[in-house]
Design a protein around this ligand. Structure first.
Ligand code: AMP
Ligand code: MG
Length: 523
């Protein structure tokens, strides 16, 4: 097995001088060197063939002892110097000081086909940033991260990727619901892959410590290695950098709203400067459309990170990044301009995205009214977000409202509740009348509109209960559902008629089950 190691982060940025793996505040450095802890009996559960290829490995490589050793953290590769990054962050709206890679260890950066990938083990043991936690990860959360990052990529959502999923062979103690019922669970290690894992929080920690020299080094490093389109021209390059981060983050969150993904913990330490979805923790997928839904039990009271609020939270986080970068620019106006642009652009892009979901090419005033009233109707009674839009594509311009409504009926969790209540049926009929009216203005044929809609409205997403089925089976040593879902979600927009058992509403048993409707940060 041969990887083309081309380390940059740990070569070009200042390292913590202390090489001991003790928990501490790390000042005047961007990272600390640290080795993964050797697991007692690692085994490979699943590997992404695509990611193998991306980093220059073959299918056969994945079956070697080398692969097992390196991606379980048992052995450090020659010519590599693993490290954990130093970052801080605002958690749930409050500055939390130093956080850092408490259970992530970057093995190396590798170059293949002109792309550079950072390989990072999650759950490979403690680091100087582990604070009071253990540095490990459990099987359930590792399956969720491994499957979801690959699923998101195939949905067209910018994301970190996942190469491999291993069992460590060690037991990890977790109090899953923080209710005093701690239990041992199987430990696991995922190898995450991304061009970079730099977060908003990497800048925030340096800025908070008034370490402006290293703040500048990190900004220059990021621009040089990850934003090659920006010319390194002093202060203006930092403004452009911020603008690009804002644009990428906006693009990412619009995709989340399109596919119904709820991140769950959008703290500034969990936002990537590359606009990649990062840190799959207590995330969830909208099943009944509900802008107030959050899967994260830790956020149950304030629902700061609920579905409908995600775009505003990205903006809030961008304000924190702007504050962090301010010392490099020393002017407020350019940041404010970009933040204001975000607000305007959000409206434009959201409206465009909803037009695409509805199959509307033309921009008529009615379009916005239709979107607003649709979102109200979707909230009338439980209506499945994915099934609704997928079914909507089957409507023909010649249908009448009643017909059209019957085509999406399958999306209603309780048809009686949704349609037998007269006012709901009335709301829906009048919405479909408006939609059909509006479709008549469209030039595309029904067939072409359907084709276009099915490219933005996925048929298959990683519904919360689907992960749970994979987790429950894996806990018993059956990894076949992981494989099945991994394959299914490689083509989320395709019909895959033999896979329709996954194109169904959340089953009733999953409504209140832990892991399906609610998740804690304990992972
Ligand atoms: P999160 O909100 O899950 O992304 O994590 C917030 C911070 O806690 C980060 O600095 C993580 O590295 C750290 N962290 C989370 N879980 C663990 C763990 N089991 N061991 C060590 N650090 C952890
Ligand atoms: Mg995190």
């Amino acid at each position: 097995m041969k990887l083309n190691i081309k380390d940059r982060f740990n070569k070009q940025l200042p390292a913590d001088k202390d090489r001991n793996n003790t928990r501490r505040q790390v000042k005047e450095a961007c990272f600390s060197f640290v080795h993964p802890l050797v697991p007692s009996n690692p085994s490979l559960l699943h590997v992404s063939e695509e990611m193998l290829q991306e980093i220059g490995l073959s299918k056969e490589d994945a079956n070697t002892k080398d692969f097992l050793e390196i991606f379980s953290g048992s052995r450090v590769m020659e010519n590599s110097d693993p490290y954990a990054m130093c970052y801080g962050g605002h958690q749930f709206g409050h500055w939390a000081g130093q956080l850092g890679d408490g259970r992530a260890i970057n093995l190396a950066e590798v170059e293949h086909n002109n792309k550079t990938w950072a390989l990072q083990l999650k759950g490979a043991g403690p680091t100087p940033y582990s604070r009071s936690a253990d540095g490990f990860a459990v099987l359930r959360s590792s399956i969720r991260e491994h499957l979801c990052s690959e699923a998101m990529f195939h949905l067209g959502v910018p994301t970190t990727r996942s190469l491999s999923l291993m069992l460590s062979g060690d037991q990890v103690l977790r109090d899953m619901m923080y209710d005093g019922n701690a239990a041992y669970e199987k430990g696991a290690i995922v190898c995450r892959v991304a061009p970079s894992f730099i977060r908003f929080g990497n800048f925030e920690i340096l800025s908070a410590r008034k370490d402006h020299a290293n703040l500048k080094l990190l900004a220059d490093y990021s621009i040089k290695n990850h934003f090659p389109e920006i010319r390194p021209e002093g202060k203006s390059s930092y403004i452009q950098f911020f603008k690009s981060v804002a644009q990428r983050s906006l693009k990412m969150v619009i995709h989340w709203q399109r596919v119904g993904f709820v991140h769950g913990v959008m703290n500034t330490d969990n936002l990537s400067i590359l606009g990649l979805t990062i840190d799959y923790g207590p995330y969830g997928w909208l099943e009944p459309y509900d802008p107030d839904w959050t899967p994260n039990t830790t956020d149950r009271t304030n629902k700061r990170y609920r579905f409908g609020q995600q775009p505003s939270v990205v903006l809030w986080n961008l304000y924190q990044l702007a504050n962090a970068l301010y010392p490099l620019v020393e002017k407020i106006a350019p940041f404010e301009e970009i933040l204001n642009e975000y607000k305007e652009e959000f409206s434009n892009q959201f409206v465009q995205m909803m037009h695409d979901k509805l199959g509307l090419e033309k921009k008529e005033k009615q379009g916005i009214q239709l979107i607003e009233s649709l979102l109200e109707n979707l909230s009338l009674a439980e209506t499945d977000y994915i099934i609704f839009f997928r079914r909507l594509a089957n409507i023909k311009k010649t249908d009448d409202a009643k017909n059209a409504l019957s085509l999406v009926k399958e999306a209603f969790y309780n048809v009686n509740e949704n349609l037998n209540k007269n006012e709901n049926e009335g709301e829906w009929t009048s919405w479909f009348e408006g939609y059909l009216e509006r479709l008549k203005l469209e030039d595309r044929t029904d067939e072409l509109r359907k084709e276009a809609m099915n490219k933005v409205n996925p048929k298959y997403v990683l519904r919360n209960y689907m992960s749970q089925l994979a987790i429950d089976a894996a806990d018993q040593g059956d990894y076949s559902i992981i494989e099945e879902l991994h394959n299914l979600l490689k083509a989320p927009y395709a019909e895959q008629v033999d896979m329709e058992k996954w194109f169904v509403k959340r089953p009733e048993w999953a409504r209140t089950k832990v892991g399906c409707s609610m998740l804690s940060c304990s992972s």
